[in-house]
Design a protein around this ligand. Structure first.
Ligand SMILES: Nc1ncnc2c1ncn2[C@@H]1O[C@H](COP(=O)(O)OP(=O)(O)OP(=O)(O)O)[C@@H](O)[C@H]1O
Ligand SMILES: O=P(O)(O)OC[C@H]1O[C@](O)(CO)[C@@H](O)[C@@H]1O
Ligand SMILES: [Mg+2]
Length: 517
């Protein structure tokens, strides 16, 4: 795979698979400070390495943080250029070392001179607690850490790149926005026109683009990055993953997730109060989670009042032995009340069978879901009526309430650190999605977070913990379990060896996934 360093007017074609994973913002300094040493050695044999270092230094600048009073006392503040973060921390003796990502953090030398930086920030997709905190910290961090003064707001998502004014932002203008839910920039679905977006980035001289959004947004960021690279522009693209569904692959957890789970407790508490105050009372709570049931699973585990949790990853059925109705009947007999939590994406196939409707899509192409909570309420009522069982069911749908709130304290800290990591990476000239991987911040190539989705593994311990806490049926046959195990096995196959742009060796060199191809 050819790789051309064109930003500096130098063109270096490379076909080494590791380097093809190298710094996405293809900076010359990347060779010295970021590229695996093998590549550096091959590009610059010993005799001319000193000259090459001098040459590269010419194109980069000392990090202004080294003179910053707040950081001057910090020992080892700068991240070593070769530090990596492993994707998997639990490995077997003799197993492959697997994928490693470049560790996030400030570099000793940066690619941009602060006065040359023209940054913009955009938020896309649905809301999530913490968006305003990330925006605030991007503006304050750029300004206070790197003395950047040209920072612009892109309004209402991707389409704002080409259809609205770019509004200047300052630390003063964003001072207290973290106390509010939503996004002060506005957000939207749809409207991603890569060419128009990059035309505007180019025409307006933007050289750092901060893109906050979910899986769709990160796919869009990757398209923008590829077009920027194709045009040879000196622009760094930093993706900051956002989704309360926690469905973004590779990262430990998305910001706002904890806040959403905490808020969901209030709905579950209300459902429990209603259910336990009635004869044969059922409280049914629907929570967000299109394809991934993390919010439902964690809210259930946190609450301990939930008797049954239904998620998209674990198909369920209503009638017959081991079905939901049988369990409801038993639970009401035992306890006189029960609480059910259902993720919005659960049971969609069952609803589609009983109410056939044509698929509808939102502006981004996401399938609009049928209301599983309402459907389930009617089904449970009908069943109890057929059995002549007195019962009361209360359906609570707190959908938007759990995502339209400001972030809690721990999410605020997480958002702040993510924003800082994004700034350090962009200042160093990388393009990436930033995220926490096994407790460490890392720069992850876009394609790694967009090619798969994070889902609850029903063959994992966490789901087993949930089942043992609710005592609900697993709804799984032997065949389902084997199928799930096989899917896991395929998903966890070791990385494909060299020749595909990636490179894995036992013990020695790990696959270094630093940025983009
Ligand atoms: N495959 C894609 N390529 C380019 N752009 C995309 C792609 N998928 C989505 N987008 C763009 O990304 C933006 C957000 O996408 P989407 O509405 O799916 O939300 P999201 O980022 O996935 O967030 P969430 O699902 O958490 O609300 C939209 O403007 C959409 O046009
Ligand atoms: O109604 P909207 O804004 O399209 O968002 C709904 C979707 O957004 C999400 O919250 C993801 O951000 C999903 O859980 C949900 O299906
Ligand atoms: Mg999405």
């Amino acid at each position: 795979m050819d790789f051309h360093i064109i930003w500096m007017g130098v063109s270096v074609g490379r076909s080494d698979p590791k380097w093809s994973m190298g710094s996405p913002a293809p900076l010359v300094h990347g060779i010295i400070f970021s590229a695996p040493s093998g590549i550096f050695n091959c590009l610059f044999p010993c005799s001319c390495r000193a000259a090459a270092y001098a040459f590269m230094e010419f194109w980069t600048f000392p990090n202004p943080l080294q003179d910053h009073p707040a950081y001057s006392t910090v020992k080892q503040y700068f991240v070593n250029a070769d530090d990596t973060v492993p994707e998997k921390v639990v490995v077997q003796k003799d197993s492959l070392r697997g994928v490693h990502f470049r560790r996030a953090g400030p570099r000793q030398r940066v690619y941009f001179e602060p006065e040359d930086v023209k940054a913009c920030i955009v938020t896309c997709g649905g809301l999530c607690p913490g968006l305003n905190t990330v925006i605030r910290e991007l503006v304050c961090g750029l300004s206070h850490m790197y003395n950047v003064n040209d920072i612009f707001a892109i309004q209402n998502g991707y389409k704002g790149f080409y259809s609205s004014n770019y509004l200047p932002m300052t630390p003063k203008s964003v001072n207290d926005i973290h106390k509010r839910g939503g996004t002060v920039l506005g957000s939207s679905r749809g409207g991603h026109d890569t060419n128009k977006i990059v035309d505007n980035i180019q025409d307006r001289g933007i050289n750092q683009v901060y893109i906050i959004g979910g899986d769709g947004t990160q796919k869009g960021a990757y398209e923008i990055f590829k077009e920027i690279r194709r045009r040879g522009l000196k622009v760094a693209v930093a993706g900051i993953p956002k989704t309360i569904d926690n469905d973004i692959a590779v990262i430990d957890k998305s910001f706002g997730f904890d806040t959403a789970v905490e808020e969901a407790q209030r709905a579950i508490d209300a459902a429990h109060v209603e259910a336990s105050s009635a004869e044969n009372g059922i409280g049914l709570v629907k929570l967000m989670g299109r394809y991934s049931g993390f919010i439902a699973m964690y809210a259930t585990l946190a609450s301990r009042d939930v008797d049954c949790c239904l998620i998209p990853e674990s198909p369920f059925y209503l009638e017959g032995k081991g079905g939901l109705f049988e369990y409801i009947e038993r639970r009401l007999k035992e306890n006189n009340h029960m609480v059910i939590v259902v993720a919005e994406g659960a049971g969609q196939d069952l609803i589609a069978k009983s109410i056939p409707v044509a698929d509808q899509l939102d502006a981004s192409g996401n399938k609009l879901l049928l209301d599983v909570g309402l459907w389930l309420t009617h089904k449970i009522k009908d069943y109890c009526k057929s059995k002549k069982m007195e019962m009361t069911i209360k359906y609570i749908d707190p959908t938007y309430m759990i995502r339209a709130i400001p972030s809690n304290a721990s999410d605020n800290v997480y958002c702040t650190l993510l924003a800082h990591s994004a700034i350090h990476g962009a200042m160093a000239g990388y393009s990436f999605t930033v995220g926490m991987v096994n407790g460490r911040h890392a720069y992850i190539p876009f394609h790694r977070v967009t090619s798969t989705r994070n889902k609850v593994k029903i063959t994992d311990r966490m789901w087993a913990r949930l089942l043992s806490s609710t005592n609900q049926p697993s709804f799984l046959s032997e065949e389902d379990i084997n199928e799930a195990r096989e899917a896991d096995r395929l998903a966890n196959r070791p990385p494909v060896p060299a020749g595909t742009g990636e490179h894995t060796k036992k013990h020695s060199t790990s696959l270094l996934a630093n940025g983009e191809k």
